[in-house]
Write a protein that binds this ligand. Structure first.
Ligand code: ADP
Length: 449
């Protein structure tokens, strides 16, 4: 069995530190890359080698493929871990890694191509009998076709970019006028953000839950699912709080979703870690929406309930090791909940608030995990995503997990910049959340005034 000697981490922030920690425990050397705006990143202190790859803006550093490949070649790494965001779902990057004989820690180029495009993933899901949200057959050529499909299924509908991500390139429409406008806006936004204007249409499901299945697959045909995560607590279609298991999800639905996700992954020849996302409507029916062909921000909740280190598994699988366990070995224990801590100002329409963190005090104690790269004296640069860390708790029951999270949020101190912690504290006192009555519109409905 080959083993990696050295890997390059093509990312920054908390996930770079997370990957570095996993690699260290596997006795693998690490190469960190960083932009000129990121000289103060915590993981640079622990990496075996560090290489500056250019100016702050991501296009000139973390998204600059030639620079990352050069750094990998200079340091003679065996593999690159892309983390999430940046190049993590970029098939072209995975292809270049392959042509340079560098292992891309993730699925194959073909699997990224088959599932990374939401339109193609939807077609494959339909073909193998995984239920999809009713909607258009493939991409919409023009607004006339959008109107025709909307009339067929009835309003409201949602226009989505095939290349979309992070809640961008999406528009909800309740009538013909907003549909035509939404069609044009979604196309323009998708072209600007992803250089691909193609959009499709789905029936807009009202007040659904977002429930996703974590998958791990090796190169020898073994695929397991690690249960689900409920990511219904969202603001502008972006996740804020995630938990596992999904409160109140019937066991047979969990199993059916797990099997559907596995079926889709098998059809795409998938290996490594991936997530199959679904919406669950108010009748408890589930519909496939997309696959994320990478590790996700919210992976820790699954790690806590399964005891499986997903990043280590990704590295092991990329090395060619078999999983070494099957579905019946996977047991879910207790309840884990994650809060994303963002440098943004709830009092100012959640505007990003980069700047100097004058004081950071992390919570701790039983059942508390903090995944972050920040420290007192760290300056949050303005160039990147506003997430500065994750607070995760694990307890035997949901009520205990909520009590631990409340206590941890009270202990947490981030001073000098604004954060979303006040909003998180409110949510952990909200009657619907406490009863597990969550849906994707809950934050907008109760907290956005
Ligand atoms: P992205 O890739 O941008 O994250 P997704 O397809 O994963 O986009 O959807 C993100 C969120 O948008 C979902 O969790 C849900 O809240 C909302 N959404 C997407 N499709 C629908 C739909 N058909 N009906 C209702 N809400 C939807």
């Amino acid at each position: 069995m080959k083993k990696f000697t050295r890997i390059l981490i093509a990312n920054r922030g908390e996930v770079a530190l997370r990957i570095l920690r996993a690699a260290k425990e596997l006795d693998i050397e690490t190469v960190a890359v960083f932009s000129e705006a990121d000289r103060n990143l915590l993981h640079l202190e622990y990496a075996d080698r560090k290489i500056c790859i250019g100016p702050g803006p991501s296009l000139q550093s973390y998204l600059d493929i030639p620079k990352i490949i050069s750094a990998a070649e200079i340091t003679d790494v065996d593999a690159i871990h892309p983390g999430y965001g940046f190049l993590a779902e970029n098939a072209h990057f995975a292809e270049i890694c392959k042509s340079c004989s560098i292992e891309f820690i993730g699925p194959s180029v073909e699997a990224i191509r088959a599932l990374g495009d939401k339109g193609k993933a939807r077609e494959l899901a339909k073909k193998v009998g995984v239920p999809c949200v009713p909607g258009s057959q493939g991409i919409l050529p023009d607004d006339k076709e959008a109107l025709r499909v909307a009339h067929e299924f009835g309003y409201p509908v949602i226009i989505k970019a095939v290349a979309g991500g992070g809640g961008r390139g999406m528009r909800v429409a309740h009538n013909d006028v907003s549909l035509v406008n939404g069609f044009l806006q979604a196309r323009a936004e998708a072209e600007a953000a992803f250089k691909n204007p193609d959009v499709y249409l789905e029936k807009f499901i009202e007040k659904p839950r977002h429930v996703e299945i974590q998958l791990l697959a090796d190169h020898y045909g073994e695929i397991v699912h690690l249960g689900e995560r409920d990511c219904s607590l969202q603001r502008r279609h972006q996740k804020v709080i995630e938990e596992s298991p999904s409160p109140g999800l019937p066991e047979e639905t969990r199993q059916a979703m797990g099997e559907a996700a596995k079926k889709l992954a098998r059809a795409a020849g998938y290996h490594n870690a991936g997530t199959c996302e679904f919406l669950v409507d108010r009748e408890g029916k589930f519909y496939f929406i997309e696959v994320n062909t990478r590790v996700q921000v919210e992976h820790p909740v699954t790690e806590l309930v399964t005891g499986i280190d997903i990043i280590k598994e990704q590295i092991r699988i990329a090395c060619g090791e078999p999983l070494g366990y099957t579905q019946s070995d996977i047991q879910l224990r207790g309840v884990a909940i994650e809060c994303r801590i963002n440098a943004e100002d709830p009092a100012n329409n959640f505007k990003p608030s980069p700047g100097l963190i004058t004081k950071f005090q992390a919570p701790g104690g039983f059942g508390v995990r903090v995944d972050t790269h920040i420290y007192s004296g760290y300056r949050v640069p303005p160039h990147y995503d506003s997430m500065i860390g994750k607070l995760i708790v694990h307890q035997r029951t949901r009520d205990e997990a909520i009590a631990t999270m409340r206590r941890a949020l009270d202990e947490l101190k981030v001073e000098g910049i604004a954060t979303n912690v006040p909003l998180l504290k409110e949510i952990f006192r909200h009657f619907h959340f406490l009863r597990g009555k969550v849906h994707t519109g809950l934050i907008e409905e109760y907290f956005m005034g």
